[in-house]
Design a protein around this ligand. Structure first.
Ligand code: B3K
Ligand code: ZN
Length: 876
């Protein structure tokens, strides 16, 4: 496919004001009649031909202003319908198409999942339903009449409000939905199926009565209550914090089992991967509950940031995604622990976005060019996009940020707009010039900020020198300095906060705008310990010339929780990179002991007060981060060995304390997924895992007992996870637990996914063979994206030693799976292929094997545009 470029954007020559759809559902021949009210766009070219998008469509009939159109007046192919000389005034076009939802294995457009008819239209799926101007700047008001066999689909849902329903001859029935809010086609949705529901009534601040409903597979309603509760809390929060109210009489969510991603924010009818709706204590972990809460919130928040105000074109994707991720992160921070949420968000950012930014698929938050837009729903657009909004808030301050948001909602409601228009609201609200700041949207790559400190005891001055640079990325060889807000503070060696002032430091934030700059503190009596990039105030890599003693002071005393955690991570990262490069020595051993001691005194002082935070303190940086730190000629086995060894040492040093942590009580009563209880479980379970690693006396029995007696999935899965990943656990026990888990949850596909992912994540040489066998399990299906991601995705993304096997077998396996899957579901295949993102930083042997596997994929005939795009960019 040819490249689409931002600079080539032109307004559409035609606009569509109204869409009346009549859709008669049938498993193999669904009839779609679309009546479009079209008019020339005053901003377009007068008299231009009208070209509608299509994708694998078959046209049945076409009428203009009610009259069948002569065949000479138009040309039609599966992917486009062109009318050479449309009327110069408004006209109506009636298009009839027939589609086969059962044959739709791409899960884009209208398809069937477990017998339920559903749709996915973002980004370009509506054109698989009818011919249309399938671009987000064409916004229309829709009515949808849906018809189906009552027995097969008693529930019929559309966008907007329900306005009519009734019976039809032959056991069929219909429902009519009316959506008064203009929307782009990517927000269209319909659902038809035999579904159960849970409902709740909600009254908005302004007094609108809204009926909330979540539809799930019949019989699973009990498992939707948590999601419903999260929805209500999200709606209230958006009123309180952003002043945004809901705008329809109903809000429906439907859970389906075959879905290409997490969920979709269709107007008034969100469709979800059932993984992010269904939860019960027996089947879902604390982390699952937290994800459900966050994604329910995210999709709901899109109602304003995405739906009421949408994107002019797909280059502006971060306008809705980065902003909405920021909003859902703020919601979770308000509902849970802000520090813990921030640390987890940064861990995700580093693992996914920094990796992306350092590899061949690096792209700006607002890309300038794409071949397949579905390949740009990336960590960069989402997570780095959210970081940009967070920096804006830090730079402008809370009040100006809030005013900017209000202005954005007021100015651009009902529009399809741009990043420039968004920033202009904040420039206006704050009086600041944001031209330089806007470079964050244009420049790819993760900036490195180097900080060095200088103390002059004669002058009693302390100086911090800052330098920034951004490595080159594909298509962007040279980079300019960015505007980087750096929150910082000074701490003395006894842990006291120092409140020295420095010119250029305001409210604890220094803004680095040039390639280098300095900050001078005066009247400083002794060399302090700098705490820099507090709260991770900018998405950069920081190098700070602070020795382990300084870092451990921060671990013990920093008032900023994020940096307390980060300081521990820094010590560990230093140790791990040295050990993985085979530079382990006596100095390393001393440093390890010092780290263990600092963690020990931290636990004594804090573990009981903040268990969730303590659990994070005990978590070492992931192997992917160490690989990034090393940067070239990476040997994943060496990193794995180093990390296991450090974990072992720390576990042994802390063993008595870990025993005590295992005894911290969870609040009495039945299981509750609230953040406080989840935090206690997280700490107890990491203590279990470390004790298993340390082979502590009696711990194997304790692990087995925890597995057997658990009354919730968090504790059961934690025990199983330790059993699967710890070589100290006897094979027989590991096997017994794995078999028990498989049998216990035989009819629970979402739980079997955990079982698949655990086994495919084992850092053992027989894992690949085990995966081949698991693919034969009756619970596995290559057609279901969740199964594929659990078994194959988890292997490629979360098992560095086995995916990057020295013999190349991991690469070959993934290449085979991508090729097989591409014929059915290109989007999921392309996503899997991105696991090759870090191939260039491997040592030469692995690099050559990865390249060969990639070239084998690239040379296949008939690759989808999705996979072709990823493989080409990965090899370039
Ligand atoms: N907007 C959707 C993602 C659509 C992905 C299309 N390939 C979900 C979300 O970000 O909320
Ligand atoms: Zn989103």
């Amino acid at each position: 496919p040819r490249a689409i470029r931002l600079e080539e954007y032109r307004p559409s020559d035609y606009l569509i004001d109204r869409v009346d759809l009549d859709i008669s559902l049938d498993a193999h021949a669904t009839k779609v009649r679309a009546m479009l009210a079209i008019r020339p766009n005053p901003e377009g070219t007068p008299g231009a031909p009208l070209t509608l998008d299509g994708d694998e469509l078959a046209l049945e009939a076409l009428a203009l202003n009610g009259e069948t159109l002569a065949e000479t007046a138009y040309t039609c192919q599966p992917d486009r319908l062109t009318i050479a000389n449309p009327p110069r005034d408004a006209f109506s076009l009636t298009i009839e198409t027939v589609i086969d939802p059962t044959a739709n294995t791409k899960l884009m457009g209208l398809y069937r999942s477990n017998g339920v008819y559903c749709t996915q239209c973002e980004a370009e799926g509506f054109r698989r339903i009818t011919y249309f101007l399938d671009r987000p700047d064409v916004m229309a008001v829709y009515t949808t009449r849906i018809e189906a066999a009552r027995e097969e689909a008693p529930i019929l849902l559309g966008n907007g409000n329900p306005v009519a329903a009734g019976d039809l001859p032959g056991g069929r029935h219909f429902a009519v939905w009316d959506d008064p809010h203009p929307k782009p086609s990517y927000l269209f949705a319909l659902v038809g199926g035999d579904l159960g529901s849970v409902t709740r009534d909600f009254v908005t601040k302004g007094g609108r009565a809204v009926r909330l409903a979540i539809y799930v597979e019949s019989g699973k309603q009990e498992r939707a209550h948590y999601a419903l509760d999260a929805l209500e809390r999200s709606m209230r929060w958006d009123e309180d914090v952003f002043g945004r109210e809901y705008d329809l009489d109903v809000f429906n969510i439907v859970a389906v089992s075959d879905f290409n991603m997490g969920a979709m924010e269709n107007k008034g009818l969100n469709i979800f991967n059932d993984k992010y709706v269904l939860a019960s204590p027996e089947t879902a972990t604390d982390a699952d509950y937290a994800h459900i809460e966050a994604i329910i919130a995210h999709e709901y928040f899109h109602n304003w940031t995405g739906n009421r105000i949408t994107c002019r074109d797909w280059f502006q994707l971060c306008l809705k995604e980065g902003l909405t991720v920021f909003r859902d992160q703020e919601f979770s921070s308000d509902e849970r622990s802000r520090a813990v949420e921030r640390i987890n968000a940064v861990r995700t950012l580093r693992a996914r976005q920094f990796t992306e930014d350092a590899g061949p698929l690096a792209h700006p938050v607002r890309p300038r060019e794409y071949r397949e837009i579905n390949n740009f729903y990336t960590a960069t657009v989402y997570e780095k996009g959210a970081e940009i909004i967070r920096m804006l808030k830090i730079l402008l301050g809370d009040d100006a940020f809030a005013c900017g948001m209000d202005l954005y909602f007021a100015r651009h409601d009902n529009e399809a707009t741009t990043v420039e228009a968004f920033l202009a609201c904040f420039a206006r609200a704050s009086g600041q010039d944001l031209t330089h700041f806007a470079l964050w949207y244009e420049q790819a790559g993760t900036p490195r900020v180097v900080v060095s400190s200088h103390y002059d005891s004669d002058k009693r001055q302390y100086r911090l020198d800052f330098a920034q640079s951004t490595p080159s990325t594909p298509g962007q060889p040279t980079k300019d300095p960015l505007v980087i807000p750096i929150a910082l503070g000074l701490v003395d060696h006894d842990g006291g906060a120092l409140d020295h002032r420095a010119e250029g430091l305001s409210d604890g934030v220094f803004v680095l705008r040039h390639s280098s700059d300095s900050l001078i503190f005066r009247d400083v009596d002794a060399r302090p310990v700098p705490s820099v990039l507090r709260g991770f105030s900018a998405p950069v890599r920081l190098s700070l010339d602070l020795d382990d003693t300084g870092l451990l002071t921060l671990v013990r005393h920093d008032s900023d929780a994020f940096n307390r955690w980060q300081a521990g991570q820094n010590v560990a990262t230093r140790l791990l990179t040295r050990a993985a490069r085979d530079e382990g020595d006596a100095a390393g051993e001393t440093a390890t002991q010092a780290l263990a001691e600092a963690l020990g005194s931290f636990l004594d002082a804090q573990a009981a007060q903040d268990p969730a935070f303590a659990a994070l303190m005990l978590t070492l940086p992931p192997e992917s981060e160490i690989a990034q730190e090393i940067g070239k000629d990476v040997d994943p086995d060496a990193i794995h060995r180093a990390r296991e060894a450090l974990r072992d040492t720390i576990a042994r040093a802390l063993a008595p304390r870990l025993e005590a942590l295992r005894a911290i009580p969870v609040a009495a009563g039945p299981y509750s997924p609230d953040a406080a209880s989840a935090g206690v479980r997280a700490l107890r379970n990491i203590a279990l895992d470390l004790l298993v690693k340390a082979d502590a006396a009696g711990i194997i029995e304790a692990l087995a007992a925890q597995y057997d007696n658990a009354d919730n999935m968090t504790d059961r899965l934690a025990a199983l996870t330790s059993a699967v990943h710890s070589p100290t656990v006897p094979d027989a026990l590991r096997q017994r637990l794995l078999t028990d888990f498989r049998n216990r949850f035989d009819d629970e596909p979402l739980v079997i996914d955990k079982w698949f992912a655990l086994q495919s994540g084992r850092a053992e040489p027989d894992t690949l063979a085990a995966i081949a066998e698991l693919m034969q399990d009756t619970a596995f299906s290559i057609n279901n994206p969740n199964r594929v991601r659990a078994l194959i995705g988890a292997f490629a993304m979360n098992n560095p030693t086995q995916f990057h096997r020295a013999d190349g077998a991991g690469y070959d396996f993934l290449a085979d799976q991508v090729i097989a899957l591409d014929a059915r579901n290109p989007q999921v295949a392309a996503r899997l292929l991105t696991a090759f993102n870090s191939w260039r930083m491997m040592e030469p042997g692995r690099r050559a094997k990865a390249q060969a596997a990639l070239e084998r994929v690239a040379s296949r005939d008939g690759l989808s545009g999705d996979v072709a795009d990823i493989v080409q960019r990965t090899l370039d």
